[in-house]
Write a protein that binds this ligand. Structure first.
Ligand SMILES: NC(=O)c1ccc[n+]([C@@H]2O[C@H](COP(=O)([O-])OP(=O)(O)OC[C@H]3O[C@@H](n4cnc5c(N)ncnc54)[C@H](OP(=O)(O)O)[C@@H]3O)[C@@H](O)[C@H]2O)c1
Length: 285
């Protein structure tokens, strides 16, 4: 981790800026003096956010962009150069999610493709466009908004977690190459954050663990300090899985089997003896 820096005057490109973590990050970064380029598909939301930032005395330029549109992404470097004169930090927050059991997904391959197209291919497309600018400057910082579902598998998120894992591992591998070229990579493995993405059901609202403003404060901390990664306590689950993989899987299998469609609340059946017998049909370790 490097020494902390100020956000004053930093040129920051934020994807997913129309909503949730990206939007909250934009507001907080602008208040601390950063100049912003705001990316997402929703043009109106970006324009309104840029106006709000302008009214508060900050600077932000909306650059509407669909990350699954290769031509549009290719045009970004020129637009970022024109808007900000370069780029110091990329906060990559854009993403899509789904939460569905595999057994209910067999006729929905298109959903798997959509997640991969935005979360993985869209992210890589963006890096291909933006990293040359950072390499020319021999300076830059990429903050990738990943998910705890990459640290520990959780039920009903297989397609989402796989797409996020692909992007995360791509960037983590590239980070080794980029390290000696002046570019830092920070991966933020967020737990559930209370945003439109995490509100597909009423029950979820009650269990959201982090507010979008708290998540944004953490993104700003990452911009200032450039850590390798932040895991928000989820390292414990990562270690649990590494040390006792079968126990980890069996424990989650029991939770999955005993709860209804949301992963945390609303007990479906409670834990029944047959579930324990099935889950622990082999040694738990
Ligand atoms: N919320 C959570 O519990 C949670 C937990 C861990 C990690 N994360 C990660 O945090 C990031 C932000 O999610 P959020 O919770 O803030 O969700 P959100 O409120 O739904 O925001 C998602 C953002 O991604 C943008 N986006 C979606 N598809 C896009 C595309 N094809 N091209 C460009 N932009 C696109 C959306 O804007 P438009 O619709 O305007 O394009 C929106 O600004 C995601 O990468 C997510 O995987 C979220």
């Amino acid at each position: 981790m490097k020494g902390a820096r100020s956000l004053q005057g930093l040129r920051i490109v934020i994807t997913g800026a129309s909503s949730g973590i990206g939007r909250a990050t934009a507001l907080q970064a602008a208040r601390q003096g950063a100049a912003l380029a705001l990316l997402a598909r929703s043009e109106d939301a970006l324009r309104e956010l840029a106006e709000e930032i302008g009214r508060e005395g900050g600077f932000a330029v909306p650059l509407p962009c669909d990350l699954s549109d290769a031509e549009r992404v290719d045009a970004l470097p020129d637009e970022i150069e024109k808007a900000l004169g370069g780029i110091d930090v990329l906060v990559h927050s854009a993403g899509v999610s789904t939460r569905r059991e595999l057994a209910d997904s067999f006729d929905r391959f298109d959903e798997v493709e959509r997640l991969a197209d935005v979360n993985y291919f869209g992210g890589v497309r963006l890096l291909h466009a933006v990293l040359p600018m950072m390499l020319d400057q021999e300076d830059g910082h990429v903050v990738n908004i990943s998910t705890g579902a990459v640290l520990t598998p959780i039920p009903r998120f297989s397609a989402y977690a796989a797409s996020k894992a692909a992007m995360t591992f791509f960037l983590e591998s590239a980070a080794i190459e980029l390290r000696t070229r002046g570019i830092d990579v920070s991966t933020l493995y967020f737990p559930f954050v209370d945003t439109p993405m995490a509100r597909p059901s009423d029950s979820f609202n009650r269990t959201a663990l982090k507010s979008d403003t708290a998540a944004a404060a953490s993104v700003l901390r990452a911009i200032r300090k450039r850590p390798h990664k932040l895991t928000y306590g989820l390292w414990a689950l990562e270690w649990f899985r590494a040390i006792a993989p079968a126990l980890h899987r069996n424990y989650l299998a029991l939770i999955f089997a005993s709860y209804a469609s949301s992963i945390l609340p609303t007990p479906r059946n409670g834990v029944r003896p047959w579930m324990i017998r099935r889950v622990w049909r082999k040694s738990p370790f």
